[in-house]
Design a protein around this ligand. Structure first.
Ligand code: TZP
Ligand code: MG
Length: 228
């Protein structure tokens, strides 16, 4: 029998970005502090390192995440995910198709896909994604070649496609503790389908106190979930 999927809490999804660390802040220390603050899922998004260094970063990051029982996903690189035994991968619209990734990875791997339109979401559902990352909610300096900003209305339009499915959704792009509640409330108000969590880079990685930053975001998501 195939191993069952791990239970994933999508509430506070940290996407790493080493280039955004404050001067002098150690990447692993920042990761561990963010987990202590309440990060519930981690994606290693590595845009600087070559393959060997990426693998080493992913391995060490996995040890830290698993110490806190938090799953670790790898952005784009199925080979790295396989080599270090990640819990899954996150795939962009122009990366490897979900079906191919699924055929290469263990049966219980978590696979997520970036979506910018309702059509993207519909296709990701058909292709068997476990979750979709919907956005960009707002503008951000973190990602180069950012797609068109969708706002809370656009997030809601994408969430509608998940009605009647088990596929989870996180929003991404410009989300901070100051607009997190607006993101959660605004998007659910469009069609009544709520986000499962928020994906964050700079508001956590860019903070000199990632435990505090993650804690603020986690409490917003918790409060939203408690009242919906
Ligand atoms: N995909 C869409 S926006 C984005 C990614 C990876 C970056 C989000 O970063 P931030 O700093 O949380 O706005
Ligand atoms: Mg990609």
């Amino acid at each position: 029998m195939a191993p069952s999927k791990p239970i994933v809490d999508y509430s506070l999804y940290l996407v790493t970005g080493r280039e955004l660390l404050p001067a002098g802040k150690d990447y692993y220390e920042s990761l561990e502090e963010s987990l202590q603050g309440g990060v519930s899922l981690v994606q290693i998004r590595e845009k600087i390192a070559e393959t060997g260094e990426f693998l080493e970063i992913a391995r060490r990051s996995k040890e830290i995440c698993h110490k806190y029982n938090v799953p670790i996903l790898i952005n784009d690189r199925i080979d790295i995910a396989l080599a270090m035994g990640a819990d899954g991968v996150h795939i962009g619209q122009t990366d490897m198709p979900i079906a191919v990734a699924r055929s290469l990875l263990p049966a219980n791997a978590i696979i997520g896909m970036t979506c910018n339109t309702p059509e993207h979401v519909r296709q990701a559902v058909k292709d068997g994604a476990d979750y979709v990352g919907v956005g960009p909610a707002w503008t951000t300096q973190t990602k180069k070649n950012l797609n068109a900003i969708v706002g809370v209305r656009g997030l809601g339009d994408m969430l509608r496609e998940l009605d009647g499915t088990e596929v989870k959704a996180v929003a991404i792009g410009g989300i901070k503790s100051t607009n997190a509640l607006h993101c959660l409330h605004g998007s659910v108000s469009v069609t009544g389908h709520a986000l499962d969590g928020l994906a964050i880079v700079s508001d956590i990685v860019g903070s000199p106190e990632p435990k505090l930053a993650a804690g603020k975001l986690a409490s917003v998501v918790r409060a939203f979930k408690a009242h919906s």
